[in-house]
Design a protein around this ligand. Sequence first.
Ligand SMILES: [Zn+2]
Length: 274
Amino acid sequence: MDAFQSRKDDVTLHLISWEDRWPQLVTGFSTRKEGFSQAPYSGLNCGLHVGDSIDTVIENRKKLAHLVGFPFDTWTCGEQVHGNQVKIVTEEEIGSGRISHKDAIKGIDGLLTDKKGVFLASFYADCVPVFFYARSKEVIGIAHAGWKGTTSRIVEQMLHTLEKNWGVLPQDVFAAIGPSIHECCYEVNNVVMDQVREVLGPDREKVIHMTSDDKGMLNLQETNRILLEKAGVLPDHIELSQLCTGCNTDLFFSHRKEGGKTGRMIAFIGLKEV
Ligand SMILES: [Zn+2]
């Protein structure tokens, strides 16, 4: 069984082990099932910036908010620029980006908060969502890690911010790597592989399998897992989904498999007000 599974609906996948262990958490990943969008965004497209009707995307987001039981007003989103900048959500920023991409928190790919009742949402069609939970201080986070975010070490930036602001050490952090494009579907060129080689050193052998002189299949999930472990996160504190967005276009949007014009799922995490 995957770390991410549906509970009562087939539309959302939940990070079961975290939610069962810590009932104050709501965390998971949406699928493309149901929803109101038409092709090529059919159906539960949550991306406002992909060319779909804005009103429809907002309807989709509200449907999802209802399904996961977290008020839409509290959805807080970063701009997601494939960088490694991390932001602790301020009171004024709660709700940013939920109805307009322009209002998302600028230049930010990683969000952290210890505020209860805030729903962190970020958007995906192949990139890797990395979830964070520092239980000792009740801090939650989400990082958007495509190959650029991964190789600019966004997971380390998340851990660094957790330690600097809350004094949480990496060994006290739980992390989870969500559904995303896997090695089976993710062929990359030397530009990408050189970045990965530089970041991982000898561990590169574990994540790149060459298919020709200048192309290879890349395992971005394992790349992020190795970076988390190198930074001090304990191996048994890391959950990893085996779900490939490229292999499952009935369930997920895939930028790679669908030629770039498609919708977005969301990765979400929130602490309930109890
Ligand atoms: Zn695949």
